[in-house]
Design a protein around this ligand. Sequence first.
Ligand code: CP
Length: 314
Amino acid sequence: MPWTRRHLLTIEELSLAEIDQIHATAAAFKKILGRNVKKVPALRGKTIVNLFLEPSTRTRMAFDMAAKRLSADVISLDGASSSTTKGETLRDTAQNIQALNADLIVLRHAASGSPLYLSRILNIPVVNAGDGAHEHPTQGLLDTFTMRERLGDLRGRKVTILGDILFSRVARSNIHALTKMGAAVTLCGPSTLVPGWFTDLGVTVSHDLKSALADAEVVMLLRIQHERQSAGHFPSLGEYTSMFGLNKTRASWLHPKAIIMHPGPINRGVEIDSELADGERSVILEQVTNGIAVRMAVLYLCFGGQPESVAVVD
Ligand code: CP
């Protein structure tokens, strides 16, 4: 099946076959990244603009790196140094970037749906790098890519996502990816942050940490998204940690070969203890590394590349 999408806006809209295609393309690029010469000419002559109107370390740098590895020219613009601080709208900002002959925009924005909005008014591809509490599709793709590398087929595997699910775009993208891939997903955290209606997405909701962690082969920690919360959803961070923080005792409830994941940034000592974040079961930095190959795949495909063509791009 040929790849036909110009934009990457959500995982919700992707089929399992499309997720497989992105992962296969990322695996091919990961091999290239292991060579002495890591750069391929696939996007030579293209200009990619990373428009990050919310803070980022991993996503922005990985998109930057991915574009450079594909030989594209890349320009990054953040909110603080852009004319959005003078009142310019997202629409005007994006149309000016297009008028400057950019060939693709990667957008991070606090408003859910903003990448979809740009995809409807621009003539160039748009890639969602995180929109509000809605989706963070490349994070979900790199997380599931990492799980597949470690566990193989995810059908029937118990994956527990623990923390602030309600305000997490990472949770939503992972839920969509994992349920399409056949994983058994459990969401856990305080009931204020993990409401029961999430079961509509085909997952199990639990407020009992021990049963949520029992025999899970993957646990993904999520930080508290203070920037999106307008009210207190639990009494204090200390009380959150005492109820739901992952520590050594609680990690012993997991499957013996379980991996520990976190999209970052980590709040050490809140949602996860340092000894686990840095321990041998942690794949947190592998996730970051895989983010480059996955974003290379997404950029390559959105520019019309085909998964089977990666072998001949260098
Ligand atoms: N995981 C993630 O989106 O991290 P950044 O906010 O640093 O990009």
